[in-house]
Design a binder for this molecule. Structure first.
Ligand code: UD1
Length: 371
């Protein structure tokens, strides 16, 4: 059997929980004769230990084989830097396949670079669409999928989106959600954050808040209005707000936050999901967190007008409430009246997605394999 080298690309925080189960599955297969070798490439898009290293440690991801160390920059600067560094690597040491996950800048930049060197691209979490071109992630998704050879998807809706964009069925693999693989395999290990006792937190008696989308956090007045409204509408419950570096920049110029909003550092994976699992509700503008809330059956309010993950609304516990702070009152009234919907779990979000992906990759890269 010929062995094949797969580049696994990770750049930013939401990538790390998506690659961990794939790496684990490759290693398991290697122990029983699997043909795939991998090279883990960290682009360096996220570099703070709280945004990166902590996740590697907690999720048991091995040290990256290569770190492109691109660091901060504008969208174009980061894209260019990643492409230049990754191209150099591929020219010196080509791989057989470039596997990208999610929708961050690193995903798109590495997909373009590999495809231009005729190295096939596999995209995990392909096909999801918000329809909102003001989000850099939507552009990243569309560009990546337009040059992807093998699509690994989380939902039937994603499959449909891809078909509509002319992808053919034999290239689309509905495998489930690797982010949920990570969550399910770590459920027993979730642990309270260091401030749990100090803030006297109790299960079901606090709210978790995350905000980092440019549209929500870059304008100081809009952010202030939103936080004042959240402080007011959450019935004095503590609101735990782990702050992303982008949000921290705006917050550093903001005085007079409501007393029940507690700003904390970005949390490691196990602590963050412990907070979510035990929260009364989550208010967020993230996409991935809406999936985790759905699986943990935690009420989730998304401060956006659209979502690329509609199943979290139609099947799960998520509600889209837009970005107007006025919308918070009726939705929180519903929460406090105990009338939040009970969610279900989307198909194939069962903890086995990493294994499915690796088994398909083995067939694709080594069609003669019959085990
Ligand atoms: C990126 C992703 C977004 C994801 C988010 C999660 C893109 C287009 N967006 O957005 O989808 O939800 O990560 O965290 O890829 N910074 C640090 N330390 C770090 C990383 C960043 O201080 O380790 C600072 C940067 O200097 C910059 C800001 O945070 O000022 C934003 O970082 P960037 O990686 O550009 O995008 P995110 O907003 O984190």
């Amino acid at each position: 059997m010929t062995s094949c080298l797969v580049d696994i690309i990770a750049g930013a925080r939401p990538n790390f929980m998506k690659i961990a189960p794939i790496i684990r599955a490759i290693k398991e297969r290697q122990n029983s004769g699997g043909c795939i070798r991998y090279r883990l490439i960290h682009t360096g898009q996220h570099y703070d230990s709280r945004m990166s290293d902590d996740f590697f440690t907690q999720l048991g991801i091995p040290e990256p084989d290569i770190n492109l160390e691109v660091g901060s920059g504008t969208q174009a600067e980061q894209t260019a830097a990643i492409m230049i560094h990754y191209e150099k690597l591929l020219l010196e040491n080509p791989s057989n396949l470039c596997l990208v996950v999610g929708d961050v800048t690193s995903t798109m930049a590495c997909a373009i670079t590999a495809q231009k060197l005729c190295i096939p691209v596999a995209h995990v979490e392909a096909g999801i669409r918000s329809g909102d071109w003001s989000m850099p992630e939507e552009i990243n998704r569309m560009v990546t999928d337009s040059i992807t050879n093998y699509f690994f998807t989380t939902s039937e809706i994603a499959n449909e989106n891809l078909r509509r964009a002319s992808a053919t069925d034999e290239k689309i693999f509905f495998v489930g959600n690797t982010m949920i693989d990570s969550l399910l395999s770590n459920m027993e290990r979730l642990c309270p954050p260091s401030f749990w006792n100090k803030l006297k937190l109790e299960a079901g008696q606090y709210i978790v808040l995350t905000l980092h989308r440019p549209a929500n956090v870059d304008a100081i007045e809009a952010l202030k209005k939103m936080l004042l409204s959240i402080g007011e509408q959450t019935r004095k419950l503590p609101v735990i707000f782990p702050v992303h570096p982008r949000t921290a920049k705006t917050l550093s110029n903001l005085k007079g936050l409501p007393e029940n909003i507690h700003i904390v550092e970005p949390q490691p994976y196990l602590e963050f999901n412990y907070l979510v699992k035990n929260a009364k509700a989550v208010i967020t503008d993230s996409g991935g967190i809406t999936e985790e809330c759905t699986v943990m059956n935690v009420p989730c309010m998304t401060l956006r007008d659209s979502t690329e993950r509609p199943e979290t609304v139609t099947i799960g516990t998520n509600e889209l409430i837009g970005t107007d702070p006025e919308n918070l009152k009726p939705i929180l009234d519903k929460l406090f009246a105990g009338k939040w919907k009970v969610g279900g779990i989307p198909e194939k979000w069962d903890g086995k997605t990493g294994k499915r992906i690796v088994s398909i990759l083995e067939q694709l890269l080594n069609p003669a394999t019959d085990d």
